[in-house]
Ligand binder design. Structure first.
Ligand code: SF4
Length: 79
């Protein structure tokens, strides 16, 4: 039986120049890319509701040929 992902991932609050994001892990998307701002870091899961996956190859044949196109580089201070 299909189980829908946990409720929406990211909510943003603005307090002056400070942006605080509250993420909720999507237990359907396991990910260890902690350099991505969408990664939960303490748990190896993505915080997005869904992701886009693509390829950088013209004829992908192995997992290494694929990319998460939803990746966003994490910066030192949340931005
Ligand atoms: S957006 Fe992609 S790379 Fe980033 S945490 Fe989610 S699955 Fe991982």
């Amino acid at each position: 039986m299909y189980r829908s992902p946990e409720p929406a991932a990211v909510t943003s609050f603005r307090t002056g120049a400070i942006i605080m994001e509250i993420k909720k892990k999507n237990s359907n998307i396991h990910c260890s890319v902690t350099q991505c701002k969408h990664n939960m870091v303490s748990e190896n899961y993505c915080g997005l509701d869904c992701i886009c996956v693509g390829t950088h190859e013209s004829n992908p044949t192995v997992p290494e040929c694929t990319n998460c196109d939803s990746f966003v580089k994490r910066c030192g201070t949340e931005c």
